[in-house]
Write a protein that binds this ligand. Structure first.
Ligand SMILES: C[S@@+](CC[C@H](N)C(=O)[O-])C[C@H]1O[C@@H](n2cnc3c(N)ncnc32)[C@H](O)[C@@H]1O
Length: 380
């Protein structure tokens, strides 16, 4: 196990208490405004400042190794702070599944999102009698979809307590309480026995690990011999040049605005999977394709690629005018002391995320869908 895992004390009790104060899990909410208003103002401001403290004033070209290491050594605190402020904005802007996908002609946004999840389930050959693990499960959107699609039991593990509470509520509401389970835990030290799961998947989550070998080794441990691990990784590609200031600005923007300690190149991720002990069955960047519509089109607010009426609503929120509306509303609420301080800053962070992801996608220096499939050898 990595030294980073051992050196970060997991303080679940403190984390849970803070999350309950900040989000008040019991309060009912409906829409972005009522959700923002339900937050504890002091706790929200604290968590925004805490998150920004890891980044602001630190230039990617000049920052010291100590500053970089501080983010890696405190990865659980840094990433949890990020999701404590960003989760509600994600649900408002994107839905219950916090990931990208490919788009086929005529396919609406939510169908495309689901198809990306089904594709991963297909890589795992999921059968109804299997026990599956979703690593870094968000608010459980993909876990519920894969459970319904395959009939298998899906357990989600996630270090963010607020997201776990959202996942459990949504599963219960949809009658999936028995066929899903959501567990708070750090994927660098997973709270499961070895050989517990028939198959494991992860969707755009393991990029939050400070070192990839750490999380992949944990998956290896909890997966049964002969089982498959299939996942979409966020990576820089071979086109990324770390000496190019423009490339560096974009990738740094993705890290800063998405709560990622460090993005790794595809070849590093593949090597980390081998180092963990997996036999490689597939490694393919799905962002390199002939699709008529690029994966980042909704982030661009590009109405031209919207396929159905319902897509216009998703695209609108990401469009220049949509972002202006959200910013103005959130800004007014904050100015009049109705929304907590830091709400507007959160909106700015997420706008930076969208801009840098689109720039990275267009230049081909970044992929959110480096698909890897590894098998744990049957004879160890
Ligand atoms: C981009 S979201 C993806 C969520 C989900 N896979 C989906 O597609 O909806 C990344 C997720 O990884 C989780 N995560 C980040 N670091 C983690 C860690 N150290 N242990 C467990 N989960 C973590 C976050 O809390 C978040 O839920």
């Amino acid at each position: 196990m990595s030294i980073l895992t051992d050196s970060v004390p997991e303080s679940h009790a403190n984390d849970l208490a803070f999350s309950k104060t900040l989000h008040d899990h019991e309060k009912s909410r409906n829409g972005l405004v009522s959700t923002i208003l339900s937050k504890d103002k002091t706790a929200f401001e604290t968590v925004v400042n805490n998150y920004l403290g890891y980044w602001v004033g630190k230039d990617s070209m000049t920052e010291s190794e100590e500053e970089k290491e501080a983010r890696k050594n405190n990865y659980t605190n840094m990433t949890n702070s990020y999701y404590n402020i960003a989760t509600d904005f994600y649900e408002y802007g994107w839905g219950e599944c916090f990931h990208f996908c490919r788009f086929a002609s005529g396919e609406n946004f939510y169908q495309a999102i689901a198809r990306h999840e089904h594709y991963l389930a297909m890589q795992l050959n999921v059968r109804p009698d299997m026990k599956i693990l979703d690593v870094g499960c968000g608010v459980g959107g993909p876990a519920r979809e894969i459970c319904q699609f395959t009939g298998a039991h899906v357990t989600g593990v996630n270090n963010n307590d607020y997201q776990i509470s959202r996942a459990k509520k949504a599963a219960a509401k949809r009658g999936l309480g028995k066929s899903t389970d959501f567990v708070k835990g750090n994927f660098m030290a997973m709270p499961f026995e070895e050989n517990s799961f028939d198959a494991v998947y992860a969707i755009e989550a393991t990029c939050h690990a400070p070192v990839l070998d750490g999380v992949y080794s944990q998956v290896f441990r909890v997966l049964k011999p002969g089982g498959l691990f299939a996942f979409y990784e966020w990576c820089t590609t071979d086109k990324y040049d770390s000496n190019n200031p423009e490339h560096r600005r974009i990738i740094r923007g993705v890290e800063y605005a998405d709560g990622i300690p460090e993005l790794f190149p595809t070849h590093v991720a593949l090597q980390a999977l081998k180092n963990a002990g997996f036999e490689i069955e597939l490694a393919q960047d799905l962002a390199v394709n002939d699709d008529p519509i690029p994966w980042y089109y909704p982030l661009e607010g590009n109405f031209k690629d919207a396929q159905t009426m319902s897509d216009y609503f998703t695209v609108f929120r990401m469009s220049r005018f949509g972002k202006f509306c959200t910013r103005s509303l959130v800004g007014c609420l904050e100015t009049f002391g109705i929304a907590p301080n830091g709400s507007l800053q959160t909106q700015y962070v997420l706008e930076t995320a969208a801009e840098c992801l689109v720039e990275g996608g267009k230049l081909g220096i970044f992929t959110p869908m480096y698909l890897m499939v590894g098998r744990k050898p049957i004879d160890l």
